[in-house]
Design a protein around this ligand. Sequence first.
Ligand SMILES: Nc1ncnc2c1ncn2[C@@H]1O[C@H](COP(=O)(O)OP(=O)(O)OP(=O)(O)O)[C@@H](O)[C@H]1O
Ligand SMILES: [Mg+2]
Length: 309
Amino acid sequence: MYCIETSLLSKSYGDFVAVDGIDLKVEQGKIFGFLGPNGAGKTTTMKLLTTLIPPTGGQMNILGIDAISSPLEVRKKIGVVLQQPSYEPTLSVEKSLEKYGMMWNVEKKIRKDRVEELLSAFDLVDIRKKKNDDLSIGQRRRVQVAREFMHDMDLLFLDEPTAGLDPSARRGLLDFIKSKVKDGLTIFFTTHILEEAEYLCDDIAIINKGKIIAVDTPEELKNKFGREKTIKIHISEQKNISSLLSGIQDCKIEYDSGVIITVRSSQSEQVLQNILQILASNGITVEDLSVVPTSLEEIFLSVVKNSNA
Ligand SMILES: Nc1ncnc2c1ncn2[C@@H]1O[C@H](COP(=O)(O)OP(=O)(O)OP(=O)(O)O)[C@@H](O)[C@H]1O
Ligand SMILES: [Mg+2]
């Protein structure tokens, strides 16, 4: 059974189709990353899946429950942190957590323990008595994400939870999420930070203009779209290098300056061998050499660009 399963799920606003017939399958205990450019339909999809807005078409089953006919059943079992900031200005950090636990009827002893655990996990101990109003934007976001972990849930939706967090707070949150997933939680997660998706997610879907244009593991996405590698060769002296290398096949070569050659190829090993041979036989010394696989970020940009074409 899947934790999230949708079929042709759609949402229109008048003539505008924000989510256009998407099919999603998310397995239990996984972290599912949902990526896409601004306005692609990520938040709208999240609002549909968490039953905050009704779909205009399609089916969705959340945790084995028909989410269209029984939205309240679903809401008892999920957590959601929306993209929009949400806080009570006059409540202190610790009271915000405490109150959230009370709202979810968490037993007093467990509530107290969780407040302490979360204050520490989200690095909020020093500011526990501060009012939300007096917090920095990143601190406020940390409180907003932390409080969601006050209650038990089977499935958690996070809409850009790390937006506004500094690198160490971000890494802290990602590792905290990983530890909760080890304990059985399933996560549906949106981000614009590709390294973050790669670090965290078991599967990734890319959405553009309301349609899903790719779904796979980060590794497979790279295999499918990113066989190409970039080779940079730094040579010692300026020579008329372009004519020497003009016969090499299966690659694109750029000559940024006289001494740096950038080569892009999906057959990087063969191409590199050929180039090094030519350089050696012409007495040109290689000062530095690097071969870099195409990043998930480049794949994302090219997949989105192709789907716009
Ligand atoms: N209530 C609404 N009425 C009309 N159009 C809407 C409404 N809500 C969202 N949209 C439109 O739907 C599209 C998808 O919006 P959505 O918020 O889902 O994008 P997103 O992928 O979350 O983008 P971002 O990365 O900026 O958060 C946008 O073009 C947006 O303008
Ligand atoms: Mg959004």
